[in-house]
Design a protein around this ligand. Structure first.
Ligand code: SAH
Length: 518
């Protein structure tokens, strides 16, 4: 019998990006996940496809599972020998009943671990621009439930004492008790002018904040029609609004990204920090052909190549993976030199212990090709690397299907012999209804490779052009742009550098040009 275990993981306050690194690793690895917050559903995508997902929360028209039943379920799953993640909103031990679950597991001898989470009590006010402590304004903060079972108005019996505390008061689960909270605070001597704020769906894109004071907050909340989940903040700090007023450069801009998960993460993180709202517009998969007869033959004659050219980080990763799988090791590379298109590819190469020998100053395929042509003609001692009858090519280009013909054209023109071999291709997509389009309000959509463009059009079929209508298309380079144009769609934004940074910068420039146009 295998021994199972349960990890209580704090999922964070709503924004899926606010789970901890440790929590996410557990989620990726687990056999079963027990969850109750719908907002964490996005996080579930990180779990393995075969991971058992058990929903125990409140769904429209159905009652949520009782706490005792959840405890029992966790014990049973643990007994089955499964590695279970119990995903809990915010932090497991802040009004999350995580403590009860821990006790139930302990009582049954099921091993468990707790991974803290970012609690909404701090993060929700924070994302609305309200610091729970602030020098000279609030020296403490107190987190209080607005929903106590068996108590009138839902407030804890000691509410009077709590209400009199200086500092910031943060009420969770208190929206329905707002009138009682306000009344209790006033009764405890807090002035009606005390600043107060209520935040709905904090940390999320659809967050709403209503600001006021004890005297008028209830009316304002009713008028705005706020719903749960919501947090009430009362105290001097509630008057502050530290959200960046000048705004982030891409604030309010929505970008749909197509590409592989790792590419989407890299570009998405950068755009997100610039203030953009990022969504997935097409999930692409990389399919390796590292074990094809052509690649096998290339692996077999590695020592004869003088330069291996990589045009993407994927190419590097698959090339070295394939090399090991073929039964060889890195000694097979001997004295070979490496050429890369840019720093992203160079960084991936370094992970395998190799420095790039050649990288163009401008990170584009054309510059890479020109650099190679030049290297071959000078370093190689005239025609050393150039095609000679009867000799095998000395340059290997393992790359994606449909890679830039510019690279090979320039090399051919320079008389340089090469092996251009398909190492991988990119396919995939996203269920059409989930993909970005005008109906989702996207301003931009990004394409990072010609094969990504093809995969997008294949996936969207007849709907592709309609989905791109009114959205500005962003391409990483000319080859990608060419692929888009061959489908009859104009390219609006072209990156100057074939990198994630280059794409972000192109969008930034397009925004400021747009401002000037307006
Ligand atoms: N363990 C959680 C809290 C669970 S109690 C934590 O640490 O955050 C649930 C309450 O948290 C809700 O009723 C609401 O008051 C608050 N809450 C959680 N997420 C929220 C969000 N995104 N926006 C506003 N309030 C939120």
């Amino acid at each position: 019998m295998r021994n199972g275990m349960v990890v209580l993981v704090g999922a964070g306050p709503g924004d899926p990006g606010l789970i901890t690194v440790k929590g996410l690793s557990c989620l990726k690895a687990c056999d079963a996940v027990v969850y109750d917050s719908l907002s964490s559903e996005q996080l579930l995508a990180a779990a393995r496809p075969d991971c058992r997902k058990v929903y125990v929360g409140k769904r429209a028209g159905r009652h949520s599972m009782k706490q005792e039943e959840i405890n029992r379920l966790l014990v049973e799953l643990g007994r089955e020998g499964l590695y279970v993640v119990r995903l809990k909103g915010g932090d497991p031990f802040v009004f999350g009943r995580g403590g009860e679950e821990a006790l139930a597991l302990a009582a049954e001898g099921i091993p468990y671990k707790i991974i803290p989470g970012v609690t909404s009590a701090v993060a929700v006010p924070e994302c609305a621009g309200i610091p729970v402590t602030h020098r000279s304004l609030s020296r403490s903060f107190h987190v209080i439930t607005g929903h106590t079972k068996g108590e009138e108005g839902g407030l804890p019996a000691e509410f009077g004492q709590v209400a009199a505390l200086p500092g910031t008061l943060v009420f969770l689960m208190g929206l329905n008790s707002l009138p009682a909270i306000v009344e209790g605070l006033v009764k405890a001597g807090r002035p009606e002018s005390l600043p107060a704020a209520v935040i709905e769906n904090g940390t999320l894109e659809n967050a709403r904040t209503v600001r006021g004071c004890l005297g008028d907050i209830q009316g304002k909340v009713l008028e705005a029609g706020l719903h749960t989940p919501a947090i009430i903040v009362a105290g001097e700090a509630a008057a502050l609004d530290l959200s960046c007023k000048s705004g982030l450069p891409l604030g309010g801009v929505r970008v749909g990204i197509t590409g592989t998960a790792s590419f989407r993460e890299r570009l998405g993180t950068l755009l997100d920090s610039l203030g953009a709202k990022v969504e997935c517009a097409g999930a692409m998969e990389v399919n390796s052909h590292a074990d094809s007869p052509e690649m096998e033959a290339a692996y077999g004659r590695l020592s004869r190549y003088e330069v291996i050219v990589f045009t993407s980080a994927n190419g590097v990763r698959l090339f070295f993976g394939g090399l090991l799988k073929s039964g060889r090791d890195f000694r097979a590379l001997g004295q070979v030199k490496f050429a890369v298109v840019g720093p992203g590819t160079a960084g991936e190469l370094l992970k395998y212990g190799f420095r790039a020998d050649y990288m163009p100053q401008v990170y584009r395929t054309r510059e890479l090709a020109e650099l190679l042509a030049q290297v071959c003609q000078t370093e190689g001692g005239g025609a050393a690397l150039t095609a000679r009858e009867g000799t095998s090519p000395r340059i290997l280009i393992p790359r994606s299907r449909g890679g830039s013909p510019e690279l090979t054209e320039i090399l051919s023109r320079a008389g340089v012999a090469f092996d251009d071999i398909v190492l991988y291709d990119v396919t995939g997509g996203l269920p059409v209804q989930d993909a970005a389009g005008p109906q989702t309000g996207c301003d931009y959509i990004t394409f990072a490779s010609a094969s990504g463009v093809e995969a997008y059009f294949e996936q969207m079929g007849g709907e592709a052009m309609e989905r791109l209508a009114g959205i500005r298309t962003v391409c990483i380079g000319d080859v990608t742009a060419g692929a888009l144009e061959s489908h009859g769609r104009r390219v609006d934004v072209l990156a100057k550098e074939f990198t994630v940074r280059g794409m972000a910068e192109a969008i930034l420039n397009d925004r400021s040009e747009g401002d000037e146009r307006r």
